[in-house]
Design a protein around this ligand. Structure first.
Ligand code: SAH
Ligand code: SF4
Length: 347
């Protein structure tokens, strides 16, 4: 009884003030009252960002990566993966096709691949910007100078997840990378006037709910314009610990708490969520999310962009994914936004 009262108090406080301390965030993460939490996140989503859903077309243009993140299938030491990269001119052509499917935002994502020099990336950016479309980059850690060159060329947003703010865990899971540098990159991106996208993996081996509560507080402190939460999915060709468990529900909870604390930001229903639950993206859209990132990568490359196994839509075409997501969104009485979907601050 007492616990119910405390839960009601904290949930109410989050709904009313959008502010909680780390202990209260932890309380919500530990709660079993998921239904109430998701309902309130859904209401908050509706109140602040409405029923429209922003689509971001994801083009995965290279699976080469110089990093070695322990959990990721694209890591440098995964010798079992067939590597591919799409040439800059072909990326530009693909972007044109993608625009014709009616997308207003393109996300270019890859491993950290030095083949794409600043010259190559800035050329791609300026050509895509001719299409009058918002452009997000998700190509990893770069120097301030590089981020500035991309921004000057016209990139609107940058997506770099913090993954975890637990320094011990970060050092273990992201060898030769540092939490400090990752945070600096996010600061640089913000300072350059990009819309900042970040987020975490929920369910990493060794991660605690306490550290996730700190991650949430960190994302709010930036504050990010977009936060994407992906459940950890074990990849057998990595040295990650194969912990048993499905982190779909946990990632939904993290997402719902973020919606309550940052009511007007963009929050995607992530592909990894749907990998763990066939209705994952629709459930997420009804628990706080307002963005979907359909895959616009050509079918031949999809199976090689294997960050984790079992990814959805591997055999599908970009056209199919566009059509499919529209039907799904309409089936829950939501609609696709006609705008570019920039973050509009409301509080
Ligand atoms: N190289 C870029 C972008 C590609 S990786 C970068 O790292 O920023 C995109 C995201 O995949 C990462 O940010 C990470 O959060 C997620 N990811 C990697 N391995 C994963 C796994 N096993 N399960 C779930 N998400 C994973
Ligand atoms: Fe490379 Fe990104 Fe995977 Fe790390 S998470 S190995 S940086 S693709």
């Amino acid at each position: 009884m007492r616990d119910d009262k405390e839960f009601e108090y904290i949930l109410n406080k989050a709904v009313q003030s959008h502010t909680l301390d780390e202990k209260e965030i932890l309380y919500l993460l530990e709660t079993k009252n998921n239904k109430q939490l998701f309902e309130q996140a859904d209401k908050t989503r509706k109140k602040y960002v409405g029923d429209e859903v922003h689509l971001r077309a994801l083009i995965e243009f290279s699976n080469y990566c110089r990093q070695n993140c322990v959990y990721c299938g694209l890591r440098r030491d995964n010798s079992q993966l067939t590597r591919y990269r799409i040439e800059p001119n072909d990326i530009i052509e693909l972007a044109k096709k993608t625009k014709n499917y009616g997308y207003k935002t393109i996300v270019l994502q890859s491993g950290e691949d030095p083949y794409y020099t600043v010259e190559k990336i800035t050329k791609i950016i300026s050509e895509i910007k001719y299409l009058d479309i918002a452009l997000t980059l998700s190509i990893g850690e770069k120097t301030f100078k590089e981020y500035k060159a991309y921004r000057d060329a016209g990139a609107d947003r940058y997506l770099l997840r913090i993954e975890t703010t637990d320094e011990f865990l970060y050092n273990k899971l992201d060898p030769a990378m540092s939490l400090k540098n990752r945070m600096q990159c996010i600061e640089d991106i913000k300072q350059l006037g990009y819309e900042v996208g970040s987020g975490i993996i929920a369910g990493l081996p060794g991660q605690t709910l306490k550290s996730i509560a700190r991650d949430i507080a960190y994302l709010k402190s930036i504050p990010v314009d977009m936060a994407g939460i992906g459940p950890f999915i074990y990849h057998p060709n990595t040295p990650a610990e194969n912990i048993k468990g499905n982190f779909f529900e946990l990632s939904l909870k993290v997402m719902a708490v973020l919606r309550l604390l940052m009511p007007d930001i963009n929050i995607p229903a992530t592909t990894a969520m749907e990998t763990l639950n066939p209705q994952g993206r629709l459930i997420a859209l009804q628990s706080g999310a307002n963005v979907v990132m359909p895959n616009a990568t050509e079918t031949i490359y999809r199976k090689y962009y294997e960050i984790y196994p079992g990814k959805i839509c591997l055999g599908d075409s970009p056209a199919h994914c566009r059509f499919c997501i529209e039907n799904k969104i309409q089936s829950i009485n939501r609609y696709i936004s006609k705008g570019k979907g920039f973050h509009i601050r409301q509080n």
